[in-house]
Ligand binder design. Structure first.
Ligand code: ADP
Ligand code: FRU
Length: 315
């Protein structure tokens, strides 16, 4: 149903120009080593899992994966360790049709890896990160032809000060352009890191996670967008996804729009649900959807993702 209804709603009907309409995603790339378990394991137990697999992970990377599945021309930009995981990551990007030409390959460091325990009973995902010794992308590394992009999305990173400079470059690029030719920007504030606060007034769309919101004392999605809207810039919109409670958005100076979650029936795998939601929002908004339709579409796609392993079934 999802594929017929929502995918066709925003599917690419005309040929996409990879040179001018690309969506660029910046932020984390890691390898997720996923163990599919019957249940969440007991401490100090010894058991078999149902299956173990590697998956490209990291919020910005996952968002690029889903955008590509939805039919958007997409590029990922970040640092990648020149480690034994590099071959897997490169091949997988190629299979997914995601451009990584501007990525910086870094020698003598380790790749970020997450161990993920997926529980079949609840669909929960428990993530244990090792950030490795890979340095973050810096402003100096942001050597891209901005004319190639329709949208640039930033997952807020500890190096937010560098990301602020990249966003400034985009604002300067936009300053000379007609509205239709300007790059739209978005930032995601997910983890409760003080450095991320400096990003909130630097983009057109601001995604606030439930974790970030609760860490700031907001216990519903509506309270969260109400609480953060004063901090975003003129003309911007704040968006908040809230698990099985759906999502809402508030453009500055306008009313809040809330939509419910759409359950897939059985919850199988919630790893990357938020990243999927962000991708579907960006895709729908890029295709010209109004906020309410974009939110509904994003909850459909994210709900559908929760009902399947990985992302490829969204195809
Ligand atoms: P994450 O924990 O990955 O950051 P969220 O929990 O915020 O993601 O969920 C993002 C979106 O995924 C929600 O807005 C919703 O649309 C969808 N979603 C998440 N959990 C469920 C669920 N149990 N049932 C239906 N949809 C869900
Ligand atoms: C999911 C995810 C995983 C990764 C972790 C990093 O949202 O991006 O792919 O292991 O979060 O925080």
């Amino acid at each position: 149903i999802l594929q017929q209804n929502s995918f066709s709603l925003f599917s690419i009907s005309e040929p996409v120009n990879m040179e001018t309409n690309r969506i660029l995603c910046l932020g984390k790339l890691c390898v997720d080593i996923i163990a599919e378990c019957e249940d969440f394991p007991q401490e100090d137990s010894d058991q078999r899992c149902k299956r173990q697999r590697w998956q490209r992970g990291g919020n910005a990377n996952n968002t690029s994966t889903v955008l590509s599945i939805l039919g958007a021309p997409v590029e990922y930009l970040g640092t990648i360790a020149n480690s034994h995981e590099l071959g897997f990551l490169r091949d997988d990007y190629q299979r997914a049709g995601i451009i990584i030409d501007n990525c910086v390959i870094v020698d003598n460091c380790s790749c970020p890896v997450s161990l993920v325990l997926l529980s079949s009973v609840s669909g929960s995902r428990t993530i244990i990160h090792d950030s490795g010794s890979l340095p973050e992308l810096t402003h100096k590394d942001f050597q891209v032809d901005l004319g190639s992009y329709a949208w640039v999305h930033f997952e807020g990173r500890p190096s937010a000060a560098e990301q602020v400079k990249m966003l400034r470059d985009i604002d300067n690029h936009n300053a000379d352009l007609e509205e239709n030719d300007r790059i739209t920007t978005s930032v995601e504030l997910e983890k409760n890191r003080p450095a991320l606060a400096q990003l909130i007034d630097k983009a057109d769309y601001v995604f606030i996670s439930k974790d970030y919101a609760t860490a700031h004392g907001f216990y519903s999605k509506e309270d969260a967008v109400e609480g953060f809207v004063d901090k975003i810039r003129e003309g911007a919109t704040v968006i908040c996804a809230w698990g099985e409670d759906g999502a809402c958005a508030k453009p500055k100076g306008e009313p809040t729009i809330s939509v419910p979650a759409i359950s897939p029936g059985t919850i199988i795998d919630t790893l990357g649900a938020g990243d999927t939601f962000n991708a579907a929002m960006i895709h729908a908004l890029c295709k010209g959807a109004v906020l309410q339709s974009a939110l509904t579409f994003a909850c459909k796609v994210a709900g559908e993702k929760c009902g399947m392993k990985g992302f490829s079934g969204l195809r």
